[in-house]
Design a protein around this ligand. Structure first.
Ligand code: DC
Length: 643
C-alpha cells in the first residue's frame, strides 16, 4: 500500500488558491449538458469525481471539449441526450450518480448506472421512489434500494406531487429538482421528514436559476418547477473554489499560527461549507473574510472545544473532528448521521483512527465526541475517503504520522498534499550520514545537545534488530523473520540509555559481532521498510539530528541540512580501536581495519539505501579534525539554513 509520512509540524501560514467546488462543478456540468446552447465552464474542479461526470456526459453523446487549464466547453443537448443506450461507470462519485440517475430516468433512454463496490452500498432507494412516482422505470440490478440501476424510458405522470425523504441525503432532492424540467410538466416535490444538509439545496437552486429555471418554494417543504421550464446556457459560468477544501487550510491557520488565507470562496459564496469558518471562530480562531477569500489565525489563548449541531456543514464538520485534537476540552459534533452513508461510514472511521492517535472518542448513531490527549504516532487508514486523508493531515501538529493511501484525495483535491506542504513548516531535521566509525554518532549527539534537539542513532536500530534476532534464534539472512522482529521491536530511547523489551541494552549492541550483524540485516529491504516509519516518528518538535547511512537519502529526504561525515579508513579504524580499549575490550587494529573496509563495502554496494553522498549534502572529512571542530562546522552550517 502507498503511504505518506508526515513530520510533526511547527507552524502554518500562507495563501492557497482553492480548486473548484466539487458540488458546483458536477451540478454545472450536468445542467450545461441539459441546457440549450453552449456553456463555457471556467475553473472546473479537476478531480476523480468531475472526471466521472465528464466521462458520463461524453458517453451520452454530449459535446465536451477541453479548452485548456480548468476550462471546458459543453455543448448542451436541450434535454435530449444523443446516445439513447449506454452503460455508465460512476466510481464513488455521489454528486455524479444521484443527479444522473434522476436525469437519465426521465430522459427517455435505456441506461445502466454502476459504481465501485462502496457506491453499491450507498442508499439510493428514496430517490428511486421519488422518480417512480413521476413514472420512471427503474430496476435494481443488485440489492433493492442500492445501485447498480437499470433505467428505461419513463411514462411521465402529469401533475403529481412527488414525495421524497429529506433525512438521508440531500442529494436525492437535488437530483429530483435538477431533473424535473425534463418532464415538460409543472412538477412539485414535497420533502418528507427533516431535510438535512440544507445549504446543498441552496447551491442546487442557485445553479438552476443561473441556467434559467426558477424554482418556486415554500420554505424547505415544497418546491415547484413551473410548466415550460427548460435550461438555457448562461454563456460562461465560473466555478467557485471548494468551501469544503478550504476547511483544511483554515484549520491549519487556526492550529498552526497562521494566517492562512484561502482564495476562491468567501462571504459571497453560495456554498454552505463557508459556515465552517463560523464554527472555527467558535473554537476561538480569528477569522477574516472578504467577498471571495477567507483567512484564519490561531488565537493567543489557544483553541477551545465546542458542542455543535453540524447538520448544515456535514463535510466540513469532519475537519472539526481533527481540529478538536488541539482544542481545550471535549468537542461534540451532533446531527451528523449522514456521515454513515458517505464514502465510508465516516463516524466509525473517524473514531477508529482518532483512537489510534491516542485521543478519547465516543461515538453514537449521529454524533462524535473527541477529547484530546498527548498524541502518539500511528499509521492512519483512509478508507478510500478523500476527507479522511485531508482531515488527518492536521493531526501532524501533534505527532508525526503515516497516511495510508494518500492518493484518495484525488476525488476532490489531487494536489492537496503539495499545497499542504507549501503552507506548513515541518520540525527541522539535520541528517548526518557516513561510514562506520567516522565519528558521526558523537558529532550528531553533540549537535543535538547544542540545539536542544532529539537525537536518532539509526544504526542502533539495526544493531538492536540484529541482537533481537539473535536472541530469538532467527538467522540474520532470514529476511521475513528479521523483518517481523524489526516491525515489533520493543525499544525505548531515553537519553543515553536504550532498552530492549524493557531491559537496558548497554554495550551488548556495540560489540564487533553486533556491528557485523547490523550490517547484515541492514541489506534486507523488508527490514529497512519495517524500520522506516519508526525512524520518521522521531521527526518531532523542536527538531532532530539523525545519524546513519540513509538519513538524507531515504528516511529524511527533505532534511533541512544534510551532512556527509567521513574520514580515512585508517583514521576510523584507529578511533574504533581506542574506543574498544577504553571500554576495556580487547581489540586488534589490522583486524578492525579489515572489518571496517568490508563493512564499508557492504554498506555502499547494497541495492537498497546504499551509503553514498547525496548531491545536496555537505561533505565533512574529519580525518584531521577534532570532535569540537567537526561539531562547530555542523553548527555553523545549521545557522546558514533556517531551522
Ligand atoms: O552506524 P552504526 O555502525 O551503528 O550502524 C550499524 C549498521 O547498520 C551499519 O553496518 C550500517 C547499518 N545502518 C544502515 O544501514 N542505515 C542506517 N541509517 C544506519 C545504520
Amino acid at each position: 500500500m502507498e503511504f505518506l509520512d508526515l513530520p510533526q509540524l511547527v507552524s502554518a501560514a500562507g495563501t492557497v488558491r482553492l480548486p473548484g467546488s466539487k458540488s458546483i462543478s458536477n451540478r454545472v456540468l450536468l445542467l450545461a449538458a441539459l441546457a440549450e446552447g453552449e456553456t463555457e465552464v471556467r475553473d472546473l474542479l479537476a478531480s476523480d469525481d468531475t472526471e466521472r461526470m465528464l466521462d458520463a456526459l461524453k458517453a451520452l453523446g454530449v459535446g465536451v471539449s477541453h479548452l485548456g487549464g480548468e476550462n471546458w466547453l459543453i455543448k448542451g443537448c436541450a434535454g435530449r441526450f444523443p446516445v439513447k443506450q449506454a452503460e455508465l461507470f460512476l466510481g464513488n462519485a455521489g454528486t455524479a450518480f444521484r443527479p444522473l440517475t434522476a436525469a437519465l430516468a426521465l430522459a427517455g433512454g435505456d441506461y445502466i448506472l454502476k459504481g465501485v463496490a462502496r457506491m453499491h452500498e450507498r442508499p439510493i432507494g428514496d430517490l428511486v421512489d421519488g422518480l417512480r412516482q413521476l413514472g420512471a422505470d427503474v430496476t435494481y440490478l443488485g440489492n433493492d434500494g442500492y445501485p447498480p440501476l437499470h433505467l428505461k424510458p419513463a411514462t411521465i405522470a402529469p401533475g403529481v406531487a412527488v414525495k421524497v425523504r429529506g433525512d438521508v441525503s440531500s442529494q436525492f432532492l437535488t437530483g429530483l429538482l435538477m431533473a424535473l424540467p425534463l418532464t415538460g410538466e409543472a412538477a412539485t416535490v414535497e420533502v418528507v421528514g427533516e431535510l438535512i444538509s440544507k445549504p446543498y439545496i441552496e447551491i442546487t437552486l442557485a445553479i438552476m436559476a443561473r441556467f434559467g429555471v426558477i424554482v418556486e418554494r415554500d420554505g424547505w417543504q415544497r418546491f415547484t418547477v413551473p410548466a415550460g421550464s427548460c435550461y438555457v446556457s448562461p454563456g460562461t459560468v465560473y466555478v467557485e473554489g471548494d468551501a469544503s477544501s478550504a476547511s483544511y487550510f483554515l484549520a491549519l491557520g487556526a492550529i498552526g499560527g497562521g494566517p492562512v488565507r484561502v482564495e476562491g470562496v468567501g462571504r459571497d459564496s453560495i456554498q454552505g461549507d463557508v459556515k465552517f469558518a463560523e464554527a472555527l471562530a467558535k473554537m476561538g480562531a480569528e477569522i477574516d473574510m472578504g467577498p471571495n477569500w477567507m483567512a484564519a489565525r490561531a488565537p493567543k489563548s489557544g483553541l477551545v472545544a465546542v458542542d455543535l449541531d453540524c447538520n448544515h456543514i456535514p463535510d466540513a464538520a469532519m475537519t472539526l473532528a481533527t481540529t478538536a485534537l488541539f482544542a481545550k476540552g471535549t468537542t461534540t459534533l451532533r446531527n451528523i448521521a449522514s456521515w454513515r452513508v458517505k464514502e465510508t461510514d465516516r463516524i466509525a472511521a473517524m473514531a477508529t483512527e482518532l483512537r489510534k492517535l491516542g485521543a478519547l472518542v465516543e461515538e453514537g448513531e449521529d454524533f462524535i465526541r473527541v477529547t484530546p490527549a498527548a498524541l502518539n504516532s500511528a499509521a492512519i487508514d483512509t478508507y478510500d475517503d478523500h476527507r479522511m486523508a485531508m482531515c488527518f493531515s492536521l493531526a501532524a501538529f501533534g505527532t508525526p504520522l503515516r497516511i495510508n493511501d494518500p492518493k484518495c484525495v484525488a476525488k476532490t483535491f489531487p494536489d492537496y498534499f503539495e499545497r499542504f506542504a507549501a503552507a506548513t513548516k515541518a520540525a527541522p531535521v539535520i541528517a548526518i550520514d557516513g561510514p562506520s566509525a567516522s565519528g558521526k554518532g558523537t558529532v550528531a549527539g553533540r549537535v543535538a545537545a547544542a540545539l536542544g534537539y532529539a537525537y536518532l542513532d539509526s544504526g542502533a536500530l539495526y544493531r538492536l534488530t540484529a541482537l533481537a534476532a539473535q536472541r530469538a534464534g532467527v538467522a540474520w539472512d532470514d529476511e521475513a523473520g528479521v523483518a517481523a522482529i524489526a516491525a515489533v521491536l520493543d525499544v525505548e530511547f531515553s537519553g543515553e540509555e536504550i532498552r530492549l523489551g524493557g531491559a537496558v541494552v548497554g554495550d551488548a549492541i556495540r560489540t564487533e559481532e553486533m556491528s557485523a550483524g547490523a550490517s547484515k540485516v541492514a541489506v534486507l529491504p523488508a527490514v529497512r521498510d519495517a524500520l522506516l516509519f519508526r525512524q520518521r516518528a522521531f521527526n518531532q518538535r523542536p527538531g532532530l539530528v539523525g545519524d546513519g547511512r540513509d538519513m538524507g537519502s531515504v528516511v529524511f529526504p527533505h532534511a533541512t541540512l544534510k551532512v556527509f561525515l567521513t574520514a580515512s579508513a585508517e583514521a576510523r579504524a584507529e578511533r574504533r580501536y581506542k574506543q574498544l580499549i577504553d571500554k576495556g575490550l580487547s581489540a586488534n587494529l589490522p583486524d578492525l581495519l579489515a572489518d571496517l573496509v568490508q563493512r564499508d563495502e557492504r554498506d555502499s554496494q547494497r541495492s537498497v539505501a546504499p551509503l553514498r553522498q547525496e548531491a545536496d549534502a555537505k561533505r565533512l572529512d574529519t580525518t584531521h579534525l577534532t570532535i569540537e571542530q567537526a561539531v562547530n562546522q555542523v553548527l555553523a552550517w545549521s545557522r546558514e539554513v533556517s531551522l
